[in-house]
Design a protein around this ligand. Structure first.
Ligand code: NAP
Length: 328
């Protein structure tokens, strides 16, 4: 009955369904991940943790849960992942990282490269929506730094290991997936305010600051893919899922607070919310096209015109190279 009422409303609000989603069942379709080393940022968050559980069920060598430092050194999240993937063994490691600090990113990347000689799947999944404008200790807009710049540095520092893995055997299949959002389409006119990225961007709304960072992720993934054909680099939108991100918004923002009772009708489960991540990272190599933005599951062509703008992504690449030069 609820479906009868909500389906038409959903269609009214969010439009007719586009291309059909690819049928994907993680239990059936994920191949063995034996020997693979995986790193997930935001791995202690709702989507990151579920993703780790799904990977752990398929036998990888190691999974790094890269997230903000916590008092128990990650013990609780490691237990949750092990409970979700019984028999996976002692494969999960916690890696403390604060993506708002480039020094913290550098330290975390050094820890990984010291411990591992391969990295097969890198998931740039951590993300925040911040109500108030803020600046990091390195002087960048906070949302930009956590969602985009910290991830760009992490990827650059781990790239030698990713490339080494790709070259290690003819079967090696290295993938980087950057978690964007359909919300990228709400970026301000022009897309990225390059001249304001070293301020709190207080003349943008919180939605625009989030959208600007998520737009950057799509363009950066495409630029990275073009420069490294040996690996696959894609960006994804996970869908709408009631996660920590939403719960924080419901606390901090009146609109989200008052619409909380109906939010579940527009959201899917965490299990569904990681299917696109899982598909792009484990589907047969021939099915996943490097440089592409995918909506769930495996749907292409839904990015905004600004996200397709190669002049903008080229400028973003140059800006990022210049800003990160002293860290690499
Ligand atoms: N949920 C959705 O509907 C939706 C829709 C579109 C896109 N996404 C994207 O999906 C990704 C996963 O988010 P989620 O929905 O799973 O939300 P979540 O549960 O809040 O997970 C995000 C994770 O990122 C961590 N994080 C926050 N700041 C960080 C920092 N400075 N350094 C390192 N890690 C940090 C969070 O840690 P704390 O919890 O300790 O802050 C949390 O563990 C995000 O990129 C988000 O933008 C989600």
């Amino acid at each position: 009955m609820a479906a009868l009422i909500w389906h038409p409303i959903r269609r009214l609000l969010f439009g007719l369904p586009g291309k059909p989603s690819i049928s994907f069942d993680p239990a059936r379709d994920i191949p063995s991940l034996a020997d693979k080393v995986i790193l997930i940022t935001g791995g202690a968050g709702d989507l990151g943790k579920q993703l780790a559980i799904e990977y752990a069920r398929h036998g990888p060598a190691r999974i790094y849960i890269a997230d903000l430092p916590c008092d128990d050194g990650g013990e609780a999240v490691i237990k949750e992942i092990r409970d979700g993937a019984p028999g996976c063994g002692d494969i999960v490691r916690f890696l403390a990282i604060d993506l708002s600090s480039l020094e913290s990113v550098r330290k975390a990347a050094a820890e990984v490269t010291a411990a591992e000689d391969r990295l097969d799947i890198l998931v740039l999944n951590a993300g925040v929506v911040l109500m108030k404008p803020d600046v990091t200790q390195d002087g960048y807009e906070m949302t930009w730094s956590i969602n985009f710049l910290g991830h760009a540095l992490l990827t650059k520092l781990l790239m030698p290991t990713l490339l080494q893995t790709a070259a290690s055997t003819p079967e090696a299949d290295v993938r980087v997936l950057a978690v964007s959002s359909e919300g990228h389409a709400m970026a301000p006119k022009g897309g990225i305010f390059f001249d304001k990225l070293k301020t709190g961007c207080s003349d943008l709304t919180y939605v625009q600051r989030y959208a600007q960072s998520k737009l950057a992720i799509i363009g950066y993934a495409r630029e990275l893919a073009a420069r490294h054909p040996q690996i696959k680099v894609v960006s994804v939108h996970p869908g709408r899922i009631l996660t920590g991100l939403f719960r924080r918004l419901q606390k901090d923002n009146l609109l989200f607070k008052y619409t909380a009772p109906i939010t579940p009708f527009f959201c899917t489960t965490v299990e569904n919310g990681v299917k696109n991540h899982l598909w792009v990272s484990t589907a047969p190599a021939a099915d996943v096209v490097s440089g592409t933005y995918y909506e769930p599951v495996g749907i292409t062509g839904k990015e905004s015109a600004l996200a397709r703008d190669e002049k903008l992504s080229g400028r973003l690449w140059e800006w990022t190279e210049a800003e990160l030069a002293r860290w690499t």
